[in-house]
Design a protein around this ligand. Structure first.
Ligand SMILES: Cc1cc2nc3c(=O)[nH]c(=O)nc-3n(C[C@H](O)[C@H](O)[C@H](O)COP(=O)(O)OP(=O)(O)OC[C@H]3O[C@@H](n4cnc5c(N)ncnc54)[C@H](O)[C@@H]3O)c2cc1C
Length: 491
């Protein structure tokens, strides 16, 4: 692969890679750029296998690209289990794959500075939900700290090159990365702290005072800062995880989630492969299919198990016009390759979702993109003890919450995909509702706060009447009913 995997010309994006830097992987020299993550720089240099699975010994490589899975854990400067997909590459780093046994750090001491913060609102995550919650709460006078574990702020927005669907008031019609820029600029108009490369790691309430305390770790090159954040209110906007599919050898490098592919291609300007097969014809599969073509990747086919295309016709037509077949009632049967993908077999399925023997077809691909839905990223609210509920319309398990987005723990709120898989406009509106609900509760600008909240609620309910969001609306009602039951039970 080497340097030719870097995208030099793109119809929409202009990659600002920064200065060239050199580091070591297994004692071999790797050249990357200062604005790349370690994993992205390795991938661009042709390193596809990042580690061997501890349990099964099989190869693992790039996958989620946003710090949510374990495929890229490595030892970096002697520190084990570093998430290399969200750790920027730095000059002179020593990176080693981490297979077999876990090992303690080489260093006898890792510099960890401790710092205490007190804020009225802590926001975890800076996708559209977190950014809008931050803008609203700051605008209404609350002291607000926003943290995000990714080096580049904006959540899913930063990798979307297409013009967004959704509500015009929430920037529909603009490209995702443009929306992120506008929101970040708005946030900067108000006072407050915003920390990237900072992970929320756990909730530890103070028993005596009942106050909320979150621990977070901020990475600073080779040292770490432990933040003890005392917050009157917490808004969790941690987004979503991608769903996976069971099929033989589904672990091979070359099989990636849609978000992982977008991160490589649209954030770092690296071609994820040369010939792709896409699984899933929902909006995500179709949109990323088009983005792959923009990046110069040949898309061999999209396979879809259902009898119809789940995504918008406009996205399907773009692919069809460029000659990409969308094969309904088809799925993946198996993958070829030992260390990474060298091909795949697809197969037709019947009305009972069973494969039809004899309909197999070989595909000459080196990239398989899985786009079969998302599930809420609920580790943080569930660790905090928020009660949960399985709501199929919201993508599975979600924290129970009310109309103000408050969970069953007083003062802990959720917004965006973590509260149910939907889309960016509704994520922003939920963020705005929470920001305003907290300001109203804290008796800051109560009238203005109430006005902001009511208007966002009206807009949200209107949006949820659309065919795309009707199911989400039904799921949210189930959640609110459960929240009321839980509160009645408490009394
Ligand atoms: C291919 C694709 C196309 C899409 N197209 C559209 C579209 O056209 N229109 C539309 O409206 N929507 C679209 N969406 C959906 C939209 O992007 C999401 O619904 C939206 O981004 C959800 O926002 P969020 O703020 O809830 O989460 P995210 O945008 O996922 O942001 C979550 C943030 O939380 C951070 N985080 C997570 N855990 C921690 C932690 N422990 N500590 C610190 N930070 C943490 C993450 O780093 C991330 O930045 C698309 C999605 C995809 C994948």
């Amino acid at each position: 692969m080497k340097e030719k995997q870097r995208i030099l010309k793109h119809p929409v994006l202009d990659f600002k890679r920064g200065r060239k830097i050199n580091f070591h992987f297994e004692r071999k020299g790797i050249t990357g750029y200062e604005n790349e993550s370690i994993a992205a720089a390795l991938f661009a240099s042709g390193v596809k296998v990042f580690r061997k699975s501890k349990r099964f010994g099989h190869p693992e490589g790039w996958f989620c690209g946003i710090g949510k899975c374990s495929s890229c854990l490595m030892r970096v400067n002697g520190i084990p289990s570093t998430r290399t997909c969200i750790t920027p590459a730095r000059e002179g780093m020593q990176v080693e794959p981490q297979s077999a046994k876990g090992m303690l750090p080489d260093k006898t001491s890792i510099q960890v500075a401790r710092k205490e913060e007190h804020v009225q609102v802590l926001i975890i995550g800076s996708g559209p939900a977190g950014l809008e919650a931050g803008i609203t709460s700051r605008k209404l006078g609350l002291t607000t700290l926003i943290i995000d574990e990714n080096p580049v702020p904006g959540g899913q927005l930063i990798k979307q090159t297409h013009k967004f669907f959704g509500s015009k008031e929430e920037y529909a019609g603009l490209r995702g990365f443009e929306i992120a820029r506008i929101m970040l600029a708005q946030l900067k108009n108000y006072k407050g702290t915003y920390l990237t490369e900072t992970s929320a790691i756990g909730y530890y309430p103070e028993e005596e005072t009942g106050k909320h305390k979150f621990l977070a770790v901020k990475k600073q090159n080779d040292s770490y800062q432990l933040l003890e954040i005392n917050a009157d209110n917490i808004i969790i906007t941690s987004g979503a995880n991608e769903n996976y599919l069971p099929f033989p050898k589904n672990y091979l490098p070359g099989i990636y989630g849609a978000g992982g592919v977008q991160t490589l291609m649209n954030v770092y300007g690296i071609k994820p492969g040369n010939r792709a097969l896409i699984i899933g014809a929902g909006n995500v599969g179709l949109i990323v299919g088009y983005q792959l073509l923009q990046a110069g990747v040949e898309v061999k086919a999209v396979v879809e198990a259902m009898t119809h295309i789940g995504g918008y016709l406009v996205h399907a037509s773009k692919l069809a016009r460029l000659g990409v077949p969308i094969l309904l009632r088809h799925t993946i049967k198996e993958v070829k390759g030992e260390e990474y993908v060298t091909g795949a077999t697809i197969i037709e399925i019947n009305e009972n979702m069973q494969p039809i023997e004899g309909t197999e077809r070989e595909m000459d691909v080196d990239l398989i993109l899985i786009a079969v839905g998302l599930s809420a990223s609920t580790k943080i609210p569930f660790q905090a003890g928020c009660e949960k509920m399985f709501v199929p319309e919201l993508g599975g398990w979600v924290p129970i919450h009310n109309e103000n987005m408050e969970t069953t723990i007083k003062g802990i709120y959720v917004a965006g995909d973590v509260s149910g898989i939907a889309e960016a406009s509704t994520a922003m509106l939920e963020g705005r509702i929470v920001g305003a609900a907290i300001a109203e509760k804290e008796a800051l600008n109560p009238e203005a706060s109430q006005r902001v909240k009511e208007s966002a609620l009206t807009e949200l309910n209107q949006l949820r009447k659309s065919s795309l969001l009707k199911a989400v609306a039904a799921g949210k009602i189930k959640c609110q009913q459960k929240w009321n039951e839980a509160k009645n039970h408490e009394q």
